[in-house]
Structure formats: C-alpha cells, structure tokens
Design a protein around this ligand. Structure first.
Ligand SMILES: Nc1ncnc2c1ncn2[C@@H]1O[C@H](COP(=O)(O)OP(=O)(O)OP(=O)(O)O)[C@@H](O)[C@H]1O
Ligand SMILES: [Mg+2]
Length: 230
C-alpha cells in the first residue's frame, strides 16, 4: 500500500453571500496516495478550484475531516499550515499570480526565501527547476516579457522549487494553444514519472486521460465511477 498523502472525508464548503448559502462542496471523500496522478473534470462552478484549495491548505472546509501529510488539518495553526504548504505541496493557481516586477528566476525563488535556504543553494535550485521546465534561457525575463505558456511554466517551476510530494494544478493549460498545452502536459507526465503525486483540474479531456485516475465533479460532489470503468 502506497503512502497516503491526503485523506478527505465528507468535505463540505459553504459560502455565505447576501444571506444565501452556496454549497460549493457537498460530501467529498477522496484519498491521494504518493505518486498518483489524478485528474478532475467538471462544469464551471462545480467546485473544482474550491476542492483543490482545501487539499492544498490554502482554504479550510466548512465540515468534514481532512488529513494532510499525517496531520489533522483542523488542528493546524496558521504557521503549521504555511510550513505544510512550503515543505510538502506545490500549487499552480488558475491564474498564474506571478509578480510582474520580478524576473522569472526571482518569482521561482520566492518560496525558497521563506524556506530559509542559503543564497547559493537557492540559485542552484532555481536554475535546476527552470531547466526542468525548459526555461533556463528565460531566467531574467519579467512575466510581461514571456509568452502565456512560458508564464505557466514559470508558475509550475515555482510550485516545484521546494520539491513537493504533491503538486496541485488548477487548469494549467487553460488559456494556452494546443502545442503549448502539449508542452505542459508532457511536463506533468515527466513529473509523474519522476514520482511526484499530481492532482490536476482541467477542462481538456485529452489531458485528463493521461492521469492514472480520472474523476468527475458535479454540483459540489465527485461523481461515482461509471460502470465498467477501471
Ligand atoms: N469566495 C466565494 N464566495 C462565494 N461563492 C464562491 C466563492 N468562491 C467560489 N464560490 C462559488 O462556489 C462554486 C464553486 O466555485 P469553484 O471556483 O470551485 O468552481 P470551479 O469548478 O473551479 O469552476 P471553473 O471551472 O469555472 O474554474 C461556484 O458556484 C462559485 O460561484
Ligand atoms: Mg476553477
């Protein structure tokens, strides 16, 4: 049995807006094991980003049980949640969130500043990961001087620079053309082959099909697998 990285049971997430409750997640149960590659598809608004944020300790559930890397998420202090994100998780957000004033290399280095590595080590790591995503020649470019696909790869590099066990990627090919999307897809497959667990949210069925486990969400829930599906 492979190591269980994340275990979620009956997760719910409600938002209150103008006196109405929005049930973004209803009773989601999911386990993510080391090295797994999971894809999640589903209509806009069905709760995919909400789920990913909760699995990534970026947001907290309204109800349910969540174990992240052996810790009960409900018992974590803010500092512990930050440390967890820093040491175990990489997150690629639906929007890149690159800082426009910083170069690509500086953007990628940001998580390392918090992790307290020495300057020399930080530079080596950044170079290594920029090479991994094929951008060693774009280290000094600012986000505005990069193509959409390159910016997306910088965002992935930033998520990988701490060598996370689990990468959570929210539509990493969303606004890219087919060829660029294919580069990102290959990057994710290489990561999976190298042993990193991935949870990928995507609207692209071909990309989703590359995962070892394909999930669909609908109206805040994970749909039961279809008859005959693996
Ligand atoms: N901060 C918030 N306050 C109120 N409602 C929210 C908030 N964030 C999300 N929602 C609602 O929760 C539901 C799920 O949103 P979520 O972002 O998880 O959808 P999604 O599946 O990622 O959609 P998309 O494919 O468009 O990115 C939506 O109906 C959305 O409007
Ligand atoms: Mg989303």
């Amino acid at each position: 049995m492979s190591e269980r990285l994340v275990s979620a049971r009956d997760l719910a997430k409600d938002y209150q807006l103008d006196g109405f409750a929005i049930h973004a997640l209803r009773s989601v149960t999911l386990e993510v094991h080391a090295g797994e590659f999971i894809s999640i598809m589903g209509a806009s608004g069905c709760g995919k980003s909400t789920l990913l944020h909760i699995l990534g300790a970026v947001d907290v559930p309204s109800a349910g049980e969540l174990t992240l890397f052996g810790r009960n998420a409900a018992e974590l202090t803010d500092a512990e949640r930050t440390a967890l994100r820093l040491h175990h998780l990489g997150f690629v957000f639906q929007r890149f969130f690159l800082l426009p004033m910083l170069t690509a290399a500086e953007n990628v280095m940001l998580p390392l500043m918090e992790a307290g590595l020495a300057r020399r080590q930080r530079e080596e790591r950044v170079h290594e990961v920029m090479e991994y995503v094929g951008l060693a020649q774009r280290m000094r470019h600012k986000p505005g001087q990069l193509s959409g696909g390159e910016q997306q790869r910088v965002a992935i590099a930033r998520a990988l620079v701490n060598r996370p066990q689990l990468l959570l990627a929210d539509e990493p090919t969303g606004e890219l053309d087919e060829a660029t999307g294919e580069q990102i897809a290959e990057l994710l497959q290489r990561l999976h082959a190298d042993g990193t667990a991935i949870v990928l949210v995507t609207h692209n069925p071909e990309l989703a099909a590359r995962a070892t486990r394909q999930l669909r969400m609908r109206d805040g829930q994970i749909e039961p697998p279809m008859e005959g599906a693996p």
